[in-house]
Design a protein around this ligand. Structure first.
Ligand SMILES: [Fe+2]
Length: 254
């Protein structure tokens, strides 16, 4: 299993505080069946700045530590970029790091709204050959209230990543319900942990896939797991879930 969003790099953001914390997270990940993790420290979220080169160096050091501890887990470099008006300028300056150095970029919206320039920026990214992946849209209150906005962003080429803990119900019933509705409506492309630690913000990947298996069956689990592999290979992701999952009543706008 591949996890494309995590805060496992020590001492760079609000994820793992120390190398020991990172090692504990790595062991927890392996116990869930995770073999590869993309480390995605926060960047430009108002508190943390983690530019491309520095992340690559931290990932190298963590992989060395994991090997020393004989933990069978690979860490790949990535970044969770808070959406900002100069994002493409910073990309050209070399500060922005895509997921596993592919064309896929993990973009975070503020939690309570969608900035007006979002659609244009996601379009500009695609003009440069990048594919934006919106991190945890199910935790953005404006998108939950107006799912047609999410539909428009996806229709215009953005992909989305649901948090495993959301699917597993750890953020409450409403976020779980919205997450499952997103899957039903074909608006979710990836499941990832966004793990910050082993306690309050743990992986929950196995639990999430168990929920998806029960609700939607094996084809859905396959699509999500395959998409994570295709992403790491810089290949094209599946956008259409199995036909029987397409329940279009969710948005009422198809
Ligand atoms: Fe995150």
């Amino acid at each position: 299993m591949i996890d494309i969003h995590s805060h496992i790099l020590p001492s760079v953001d609000d994820g793992a505080k120390t190398l020991d914390d990172a090692i504990a997270m790595a062991k927890a990940a392996v116990a869930e069946g995770i073999t590869t993790i993309i480390a995605t420290p926060h960047h430009r979220n108002g508190t943390f700045e983690n530019e491309k080169q520095s992340i690559i160096e931290h990932v190298y050091a963590l992989n060395e530590a994991l090997q020393m501890h004989h933990i069978p887990l690979s860490i790949l470099p990535g970044q969770e970029v808070r959406i900002h008006g100069e994002l493409m300028d910073h990309y050209r300056d070399g500060d922005i790091l895509s997921l596993a150095e592919t064309k896929y970029v993990l973009v975070e919206l503020p939690s309570n709204h969608v900035p007006r320039y979002t659609e244009q920026l996601l379009f500009d990214m695609q003009l440069q050959g990048l594919v934006p992946i919106i991190a945890h849209p199910e935790r953005n209150s404006e998108l939950v209230e107006h799912p047609n906005k999410l539909y428009e962003l996806v229709k215009k080429g953005a992909l989305t990543q649901l948090t495993a803990a959301s699917v597993a119900g750890k953020f409450g019933k409403n976020i779980k319900k919205f997450s499952l509705q997103m899957i039903e409506a074909n608006l979710a492309h990836l499941i990832a942990s966004d793990a910050h630690n082993t306690t309050t913000r743990a992986f929950h990947m196995r639990e999430a896939y168990d929920v998806i298996q029960k609700q939607f069956g094996s084809p859905a689990v396959y699509v999500f797991q395959e998409n994570a592999q295709l992403l790491v290979a810089n290949d094209t992701l599946y956008k259409d879930a199995p036909e029987r999952m397409k329940k279009k009543k969710f948005l009422g706008i198809f």
